[in-house]
Design a protein around this ligand. Sequence first.
Ligand code: WT7
Length: 649
Amino acid sequence: MEMNRQGNVAPDGEVLHPSLSKEAKETAEKLRALAQSDRLAFWGEMSKDITWFKEWTKILDEGNAPFYRWYYDGQLNACYNCVDRHIKGWKKNKAAIIFEGELGDTRVLTYWDLYREVNKFANVLKNLGVKRGEVVTIYLPMIPEAVIAMLACARIGALHSVVFGGFSSDALKDRINDSGAKILVTANGGYRRGKPVPLKNNADTALQGNQCPSIEKVVVVRHTPDDVPMEPGRDLWYSDLMNEAGLYCEPEVMDAEDPLFILYSSGTTGKPKGILHSTGGYMVGVHTTTKYVFDCKDDDVYWCTADIGWITGHSYIVYGPLSNGATTVLYEGSPDYPAQDRFWAIIEKFGVSLFYTAPTAIRLFMRWGEQYPAAHDLSSLRLLASVGEPINPEAWMWFYKHIGRENCPIMDTWWQTETGAHLVTPLPGDTSFKPGAATSPFPGVEVDIFDEEGNSVKPGEQGYLVVKSPWPSMLRNLYNDSERFLNTYWNQFKGVYLSGDSAKRDEDGAIWVIGRVDDVINVSGHRLGTAEIESALVEHQAVAEAAVIGKKHELKGQAVSAFVTLREGFTGSDELIAELKQLVVSKIGALARPEDIFFTSELPKTRSGKIMRRLLRDIAEGKVLGDTTTLMDPEIISSIKDKYDKEAG
Ligand code: WT7
């Protein structure tokens, strides 16, 4: 370890992590003190790191709460902040993106390269008729063109709607139609464990027979050697368009409250919600948290292993790191291709210093064994971070020991698609960490834990994790669905944001997030609505009714588990199970594939007809049944339990 160990003992004698300077501790104290004394002044101060075309004079408008407006008379452009402002000085030739393809190919884009590509693609979009305020759907693998396309949208004031490349054609179709996107940007294919992923074929299926009438053109990036059919008049090669595009595109002057993007996320009922983020507040939120939670400095090499199709990719691969002028690593492939040491090989190859991943991945690495990281030089690492679900203390310790080599603090960051940026997390300058606790609100964020009546719970008691006052990177609305926005987040406790998670505080005040309280499940850090999976299942002619639950799973955190009743004349079989699993994959994507499907003659329901999924979860996890008093017919649940214990248990 070549790190400088001097200066790591704080004045009061507390030992800091050797990979951090004592400055980190002073910074944490300074930020907390400022936010404590004046929350809004803190967010005003943080906004100074952003380049504004016109400075804001009003920080927060609460007049039409909860439709809050932040920095709302200010003007800026997110792309300008991520690219243009860095090419004026020495960062012009700094690596902005280091791309590693699954096959081992590497591409480095400097800030200057990124500037050129983004300008050209912004002109491509304009030439295709995209206007400010219109939507572009991006369905791409983890390649630089995905970042380029996002930033090009931001440059011309168009909203991007990125759809995860692992989603099926049906899921893509629904998201295109909800947003009314005019342009779809995709690739001829991607790679996953050495095999091609047929993105263009999926896109063709989504669009066939005019199922997505808003789409005018499809831009196709050539990424794999595979040939794909190109529909004349609709499909265009990215490279052809780029060759003809002008070199400079003036960035649009956006109002702080102009929307930046839509990102779909699963909810408790019905179709996914289009979560809408604004420009000014979002940029302040992601810039500030990247800078202070990751201690991101000019000489860092930063790697977040998320996919760009999720909010983590948006905030902490693209906007946060690039706004900070950092070097961000983009890896297309799987952690076990060609071998189970791939991540550690990448860290060694690029000298990654800040590493952000998910508990589900860490548990996988634990299972594979410490010999894989041990075979690589990981001494460049100085800070680790985790996101997606509560990190179990065993995984925390393993991450700390075998990856961080006991030199790196771990930031366990709690946040959501809706929150835009980290809300609960330690800071790098903290001198003690609690494995498994997301710990404390980020400065300037007012988090609390409420009981049913909206009172703060006592230490040790579980309650609803809420946010009591607005924060800059909060979602502004659900796309075209204000009513659902109000009902989902704001109507339970007046003026307070309901996260949908439960949490508790310990005696020291540290926050421990427990998990979702609603019918949303978390599979490998990905959010899935049980309702979506259920509606896929009932599309099968044999299925009368379905109830989906998240069942504890050693690696994934939760696994999808389905209880299904069949229509008259149908019987359960292994073939039917296979068909139903395939149906879910084709309706949503492989991540939603049920781990198990259990046939039952009835489902437990309340008197008002609501399925009691909580009790089904108890059965699947082999627990003692919880409260059954609200059931219409308590007999049913015990007979399901008997049958389950016999056949599946
Ligand atoms: C849900 C949000 C935020 C990016 C990834 C997922 C769970 C996320 C943590 C954490 C405990 C966590 C919550 C949350 N979650 N991070 N550090 N500790 N739980 O984004 O799909 O919007 O899901 O993920 O349940 O509500 P998302």
